[in-house]
Write a protein that binds this ligand. Structure first.
Ligand code: UDP
Length: 347
């Protein structure tokens, strides 16, 4: 499909119940979210500038009644305003994400993540659109608490260290969203996403699970950065999408920031071993110094585990897919590539 064909509307969806805008709708999470809402009969408009999103994430949606795709930027206020005037709810997922992207395109990231969010909030307010702002566990910075609760402090390094620019931008987004709610009454909820993974995620900008699965399926060494003792908690994208939808549906969440993730903590070394075991790969593990992976002076987050009691209490959030489910679902979509190589089997 050429980019010239990238604005289409499937049919007249004027009779469907809820109209929803998804910014970043061609991204990894946006594509899954759009599919879930379309399957439930929503009219869904995805806007994406395709800078990191992919046509393949939305092309599969074009058969659904009520699907529209608009190629454009959240920095285009007129465009966002026009789209907001047509919907009841909005999920703001458009953002520059991924450690590699943040380090390489720091200024562009700031602009998208701050100005884009301000546009979205402004237009949502003008049209009374119920809105979810996607944030990140990165806002906690290097706070060593585990699990992390929503009221735990932010602990980050100097504003002159570019590694923290994503955390800074997202924290500012949260403050803006909160003030739109508290001072202007805009119905907005903030979701702090903790390492969401699953099919269709690209490893191009960091994202360890698609990278490890790809390396395992190719029989290449899995590149564990540092000593591999740093931990993360991975949440399957289908569980995360359930959480996002539930958050936006419940007015009790407005004005709040809520953790969305799955509190199963795993070290990155253990993750690499798990990927090798689950995929039946012959790969080995290589430890790569942080400086080689990210450049000098990079400071990784050493622990990251969500406390999801608030999401449970507010909307009954209950993620049930585990780490092996994530690895298997990512490996399954690479299945054909796997059978072409002689180095592994999907047991
Ligand atoms: N990581 C790794 N090898 C890779 C990519 C990432 O060891 O090829 C590590 C990375 O240093 C971090 C963890 O995996 O400690 C999660 O990285 P990711 O970029 O997926 O997410 P984030 O750091 O934003 O949580």
């Amino acid at each position: 499909m050429s980019s010239d064909e990238l604005a289409w509307s499937c049919n007249d969806a004027s009779n469907t119940t809820t109209s929803t805008l998804i910014t970043g709708g061609a991204g990894f999470i946006g594509g899954h979210l759009a599919e879930r809402l379309l399957a439930a009969g929503h009219h869904v408009i995805c806007i994406d500038d395709l800078s990191t999103g992919s046509v393949s994430n939305v092309a599969r949606l074009s058969d659904y009644p009520g699907f529209e795709f608009v190629r454009g930027s959240v920095l285009d206020e007129k465009l966002v305003d026009g789209l907001m005037s047509r919907v009841d709810t909005a999920f703001h997922l458009a953002a520059a994400v991924g450690v590699q992207l943040i380090l390489q395109e720091s200024l562009l990231g700031l602009r998208t993540n701050i100005q884009g969010t301000e546009n979205v909030l402004d237009c949502a307010h003008r049209h009374g659109v119920r809105t979810l702002i996607a944030s990140t566990s990165e806002v906690y910075g290097k706070n060593p608490a585990a699990p992390l609760r929503e009221d735990d402090d932010r602990l980050i390094g100097s504003p002159l260290i570019r590694r923290w620019s994503y955390s800074e931008a997202k924290a500012l987004d949260e403050t803006m969203a909160y003030l739109y709610w508290s001072d202007l009454g805009t119905p907005v909820v903030i979701a702090r996403l903790f390492n969401v993974a699953g099919p269709k995620q690209t490893g191009r900008y960091g994202m360890v699970i698609p990278r490890f699965v790809d390396q395992a399926l190719r029989g290449e060494r899995l590149t564990v950065y540092g000593d591999g003792k740093q931990t993360r908690s991975f949440c399957h994208v289908w569980d995360a999408v359930d959480g996002l939808i539930a958050l936006l549906e419940h007015p009790a969440t407005y004005g709040k920031a809520v953790n969305i993730g799955r509190p199963e903590e795993v070290s990155i070394r253990q993750l690499a071993e798990r990927v090798i075991a689950v995929t039946g790969s012959v790969s080995t593990i290589e430890h790569v110094p942080y400086a080689d992976a990210y450049g000098d002076g990079f400071e990784d987050t050493m622990r990251r585990v969500p406390d999801i009691a608030l999401a449970r209490e507010l909307v009954g959030f209950d993620p049930h897919l585990g780490l092996d489910d994530i690895i298997m679902s990512v490996a399954a979509e690479h299945g054909s590539a796997a059978t072409n190589g002689s180095t592994m089997s999907l047991g």
